[in-house]
Design a protein around this ligand. Structure first.
Ligand code: HEC
Ligand code: HEC
Length: 336
C-alpha cells in the first residue's frame, strides 16, 4: 500500500513535472516564434556597383557623365571647369562621398534617390535631391548653384538613381549612415587634436591644412582641410561630431577601414575639433547659417541663436551629453 502510494505520488510528481516542462517548452517556443517575427532582418553591407552595367542609351550617357562629375568635379565644373565655372574650389565630390558616393560609411549616397524630397531642418522646408546637391556645391565647394535643368544636375540625379538600383529593397543596408562615435564626458580638445593631427594627418594634408594640388593644377592629390580653398563653416563637415564619425571609418586614408578604425572615438573628436577650430583656421566666409527653427538645429552646430542655455563653445566642442539631456527633457529631438 505504502509502495503504491509512493508510486502514485511519484507518478503524479513526474506527470506534473512533465506538464510544467511541456508548458515551459511551449512558452519558450512561443517566445522564440514571437522573437523571429519581431527581429528585424539583419542588415547587409551595401553592395558594390558595376560600372560596366551602365546602359548604352541616353539615360546611360547621363549616368556616365554623373559618375565622371562625382570623381572629377573640379575638371568639369571647378573654378576653371571645361563645362562651366560653378565650384569655388578644386575639391571633388568623391573627396568626402568616397568612391563616387558608393563607399559604405563615407557619407554614402546610394539611398539618396529614394530619400528625397525630404524636410531639411537647416533650410526649414522640403528640399528636392537637386536642391540638396546644390547645398554641397555652395557650401563644401563654396560655389554657385547649378541650374536645376542643367546637363550637370540631370547627370548627378541620373547617377544617384543608377547607384540606388543596386541596393536590395527587401532588407536594410549597412553603411548608409556613418559609424557612430561614443560621445565623451569631456569637451573635445583642439589642443590634443593638434598633436594628433601632426602625428597622423600632416604627411598628406600638410601642416597648414592646405592639402596638395596635383601636378596638373586641376584638383588635389590630398584635398585641403581648411584655408580659403577648404569647405565653408556652414558645411556639415564643419560639425565636430559629424566629422569625427566620418574620420573614424575613413582617415588616415591608408590606415582606417570601417570595420577596423584607426583613431579612437575620443581621438577622432579631438582632431575634428582642431580642424574645425575657427580661431586657428580661416575658411571662406559664409552668407547665412540657416536653421530657421532653432529647436531643430543640430546640437554640434556652432552658430547661434540657440534654443537652450548652453554656450556656442559647448555646442561646438561638447560635452554634448548635458545638451542632449536638456533637449530630451524639453521633448525636442537632438540631432547630430
Ligand atoms: C567637404 C565634404 C563634402 C564635399 C566635397 C561634398 N559633400 Fe555632399 N555632403 C557632405 C556632408 C557632410 C553631407 C551630409 C551627410 C549627413 O548629414 O550625414 C553631404 C550630403 C550630401 C547629399 C545628401 C545625401 C542624402 O542622402 O541626404 C548629397 C546628394 C550630396 N552631399 C551631394 C554632393 C555632391 C554632388 C558633391 C559634389 C558637387 C558633394 N556632395 C560634395 C560633405 C561633402
Ligand atoms: C595617406 C594620406 C592621407 C592621410 C594620412 C590622411 N588623409 Fe585625409 N584624405 C586623403 C585623401 C586622398 C582624401 C580624399 C579621399 C578621396 O578622394 O577618396 C582625404 C580626404 C579627407 C577629408 C575630406 C575632404 C576635405 O578635404 O575636407 C578630410 C576631412 C580628411 N581627409 C581629414 C583627415 C584627417 C583629420 C587625417 C588624420 C587623422 C587624415 N585626413 C589623414 C589622404 C589622407
Amino acid at each position: 500500500m505504502k509502495h503504491l502510494q509512493q508510486f502514485i505520488t511519484g507518478a503524479f510528481v513526474m506527470a506534473t513535472a512533465a506538464i510544467v516542462f511541456y508548458s515551459c517548452q511551449s512558452n519558450v517556443k512561443a517566445a522564440e516564434e514571437k522573437k523571429v517575427a519581431s527581429t528585424p532582418v539583419a542588415a547587409t553591407l551595401l553592395p558594390t556597383v558595376d560600372s560596366a552595367a551602365i546602359p548604352h542609351d541616353k539615360y546611360g550617357d547621363a549616368v556616365r557623365y554623373g559618375q565622371e562629375l562625382m570623381y572629377n568635379t573640379a575638371y568639369y565644373i571647378g573654378p576653371e571647369g571645361i563645362n562651366g565655372k560653378y565650384l569655388g574650389n578644386k575639391m571633388n565630390c568623391t573627396n568626402c562621398h568616397q568612391q563616387g558616393g558608393t563607399k559604405p560609411f563615407s557619407f554614402n549616397l546610394m539611398l539618396s534617390h529614394e530619400h528625397y524630397p525630404q524636410y531639411r531642418a537647416r533650410e526649414g522646408h522640403v528640399l528636392t535631391l537637386a536642391e540638396r546637391v546644390n547645398n554641397c556645391v555652395t557650401r563644401p565647394h563654396n560655389g554657385r548653384p547649378l541650374p536645376l535643368d542643367s546637363k550637370e544636375m540631370v547627370a548627378f540625379l541620373s547617377y544617384f538613381r543608377w547607384i540606388n538600383s543596386f541596393v536590395p529593397k527587401d532588407k536594410p543596408s549597412k553603411g548608409v549612415k556613418n559609424l557612430e562615435v561614443t560621445l565623451p564626458d569631456v569637451a573635445a580638445s583642439p589642443e590634443r587634436g593638434e598633436k594628433l593631427y601632426v602625428q597622423h594627418c600632416t604627411r598628406c594634408h600638410g601642416a597648414e591644412g592646405a592639402g596638395q594640388l596635383r601636378a596638373d593644377n586641376i584638383t588635389y592629390t590630398y584635398p585641403p582641410l581648411w584655408g580659403p580653398y577648404g569647405y565653408q563653416p556652414g558645411s556639415s563637415m564643419h560639425r565636430v561630431i559629424k566629422q569625427a564619425q566620418w574620420l573614424k571609418a575613413n582617415m588616415p586614408y591608408d590606415k582606417a577601414t570601417w570595420n577596423k578604425p584607426f583613431l579612437s572615438d575620443a581621438e577622432a573628436m579631438d582632431i575634428a575639433a582642431f580642424v574645425n577650430d575657427d580661431s586657428r583656421h580661416r575658411r571662406p566666409d559664409v552668407k547665412n547659417f540657416d536653421y530657421p527653427h532653432i529647436n531643430e538645429k543640430a546640437i554640434d552646430y556652432d552658430k547661434g541663436p540657440f534654443a537652450d542655455t548652453f554656450s556656442a563653445a559647448q555646442h561646438k566642442y561638447g560635452p554634448y551629453l548635458p545638451v542632449i539631456g536638456y533637449w530630451e527633457a524639453k521633448g525636442w529631438k537632438p540631432s547630430y
